[in-house]
Structure formats: structure tokens, C-alpha cells
Design a binder for this molecule. Structure first.
Ligand code: HEM
Ligand SMILES: Nc1cccc2nccn12
Length: 290
């Protein structure tokens, strides 16, 4: 059965907005990380990796149990580089000991996206820390060297449609690839910490060349120094994906709307929030200053 979300006794929007603000302020303070990209993209990747282990066939994995805190999951080679995000969140977890790890990891991704001018992401608390024995085995995260049918089959495990898959991958407008983490090298120039539809614009407008990188892995490079993973490029090679790439390249609002819905589905997969009431929509720091 689905995991039942449990209300954190007496915690309300104000309490979670305090956690949001603590993360958002730390993002602003520690802006030099990774060549002044900051921690935002890394936090977004963590929120996806803790959720992407979900398997609808047996309801194992997923964001509910916060099992990334255990060595087995943190040491998954696919999670290389996310130690930075986990380290960033340690003082936040100490300051707010009442929040579960699953809620913290997902709320951190929501905070990072909104503070990088992304869409407002409705978020619900209620994830409950699981035991170490419930940690999913390694190998549930996707392989970047694959093609469109692999990507469609992979996300089929969560029940995502072609449209949801393309929207979700738009998050690759953020941050960069790091050879020492994944064996793919990314451009410094194009690495960003602002959420836009440029991933789709670049996919369609750049002249992509498939080349072997220093680690011997094939990736697509453009004259402007941008890169795409084979799984990124698959979105323009596969006709059914391509039509959504074209839609989002033309219409950033449509991208924001569809990304928001797919990202919420990703973060809440496998959890029954029952009658725990509606989702919280947090104010950004800028909205609170005025
Ligand atoms: C086919 C599915 C996917 C594959 C194969 C994939 C693969 C990768 C790889 C290889 C990196 C580089 C990691 C590094 O070297 O540091 C990366 C980075 C990233 N991914 Fe994905 N990813 C996928 C889906 C997603 C999704 C669904 C999201 C979020 C909704 C996401 C968000 C990110 C972000 C924000 C970064 C930049 C991290 C940083 O700059 O530290 N990815 N991804
Ligand atoms: N920033 C970024 C991260 C991961 C994958 C990717 N492909 C193109 C850009 N990109």
C-alpha cells in the first residue's frame, strides 16, 4: 500500500516557511559554490534523486522514508556530487529537528527552484523517516548514455507520460555536469542558476556534434560550448518527445506549468496524503522583503 503521510504535530505553514527561509538565506550566503553557480541546482538534483528511486510495482523507494541519509543510498555512484547538497542541509536539519528527512530533501528542492525564479511549487509535508533496512538498493537512477526508448521505459516505472518526461528534463537548464561526478563534462559558460526554458531552446537551436569526452563517454557538444547528454538529445531524436520540446521552447509559461505538475508528482509518488489538507505554497524571500 501507499505510505500514509503523517501530520507533524502542530506545525503549520509558518513553521515550514521558516525552514524555506533558512534554506533560501543560506543559498544567498553561499553563492560561491561550484564556480558561483551556488547550491540551488545541486539541491534540485538531490530532491529528484531521493524521489527517483520509487518503484510503483512494490512501492519501495521514493521520497517518503528519507533513506538517502543512510550510507547505502548516499554512496550510490549515481549520487556522486550530491554530498554537497547533503552537507549544505545538515545545519538546517539541526536547526529544525522536527522536520523529517524526506520532507527536508523535497522542501529544499522546492525552495531552490522558487529562489532561482522557477514556478511556485505546491508542497505537502508528512513524510516519515524509515528504517535503514528500507533503503532501496543502488541502480534505480537512470543511465545518461541511453536513447529515447530507454528514457520512456525508465520513467514508465513511475507512470510518467511523454509530456511529463520532457517537462521534467527541462530542469537540465540548471547547473552543470561534472566529469568527476558522472563522467560527463559540462560548460562553465552555459551553466545557470536561473530556471528558464533554455534547455529546450538550446536543444532545437544549437548545432550538436556527438563527441567522446575526456572520460571516453559520448556527449553532444555545440560550438557555443554547451553540452547535452545522450538522454537529453534523445528528446529531439524521438518524434513523440520532440513535439513537447518544440512546445516548451516556444512557451515558457506552458513549460513552467507542466514542470510544476510533473515535479510535484515526482516528489509525492507513492505517498497517500489523504485528508491532510491542501498543499502549501511558499513565498520567496523577495516576496517577503517588500
Ligand atoms: C533521463 C533522466 C536523467 C538523467 C540520465 C540525468 C543525468 C544527469 C547527469 C549525468 C548530471 C550531471 C551530474 C554531475 O556530473 O554532477 C545531471 C545533473 C542534473 N540533473 Fe539530471 N538527469 C535526469 C533527469 C533529471 C530530472 C528529472 C531532474 C529534476 C527534475 C534533474 C535535475 C538535474 C540538475 C538540476 C542537475 C545539475 C546538478 C548540479 O549542477 O550539481 N535531472 N543529470
Ligand atoms: N546543466 C545540465 C545538467 C545536466 C544535464 C544537462 N544537459 C544539458 C545541460 N545540462
Amino acid at each position: 500500500a501507499l505510505h500514509l503521510a503523517k501530520a507533524q504535530d502542530g506545525k503549520s505553514l509558518e513553521d515550514f516557511q521558516k525552514v524555506y527561509n533558512a534554506i533560501a538565506e543560506k543559498l544567498r550566503d553561499e553563492d560561491e559554490f561550484d564556480g558561483y553557480i551556488g547550491y540551488g541546482p545541486n539541491l534540485v538534483r538531490l530532491s529528484w534523486h531521493v524521489s527517483g528511486t520509487f518503484d510503483k510495482n512494490d512501492n519501495s523507494g521514493g521520497s517518503f522514508g528519507g533513506t538517502y541519509r543512510f550510507k547505502k543510498e548516499a554512496d550510490d555512484p549515481a549520487n556522486k556530487g550530491l554530498q554537497n547538497a547533503a552537507h549544505f542541509l545538515e545545519p538546517i536539519a539541526k536547526k529544525f529537528p522536527w522536520i523529517s528527512h524526506g520532507d527536508l530533501y523535497t522542501l529544499a528542492g522546492v525552495t531552490a527552484l522558487q529562489e532561482m525564479q522557477g514556478p511556485k511549487i505546491p508542497w505537502r509535508p508528512g513524510r516519515v523517516d524509515a528504517d535503514e533496512k528500507d533503503t532501496p538498493e543502488n541502480g534505480r537512477l537512470p543511465d545518461a548514455s541511453q536513447d529515447g526508448s530507454y528514457v520512456r521505459h525508465y520513467f514508465g516505472r513511475f507512470g510518467f507520460t511523454d509530456q511529463e518526461i520532457v517537462a521534467l528534463l527541462g530542469a537540465h537548464c540548471l547547473g552543470k555536469t561534472h566529469l568527476e561526478n558522472s563522467g560527463y563534462e559540462g560548460p562553465w559558460g552555459a551553466a545557470t542558476n536561473t530556471f528558464t526554458n533554455e534547455f529546450f531552446v538550446n536543444l532545437l537551436n544549437e548545432n550538436w556534434k556527438l563527441e567522446k569526452n575526456e572520460a571516453g563517454n559520448k556527449q553532444y557538444n555545440s560550438e557555443k560550448g554547451y553540452m547535452m547528454l545522450p538522454t537529453d538529445y534523445a528528446l529531439v531524436q524521438d518524434g513523440k518527445f520532440r513535439k513537447y520540446v518544440e512546445k516548451y521552447a516556444k512557451d515558457q509559461d506552458a513549460f513552467f506549468e507542466d514542470f510544476k505538475s510533473a515535479y510535484v508528482k515526482l516528489l509525492e509518488n507513492g505517498i497517500d496524503f489523504g485528508k491532510l489538507g491542501k498543499a502549501y505554497v511558499f513565498k520567496t524571500l523577495d516576496e517577503q522583503d517588500s
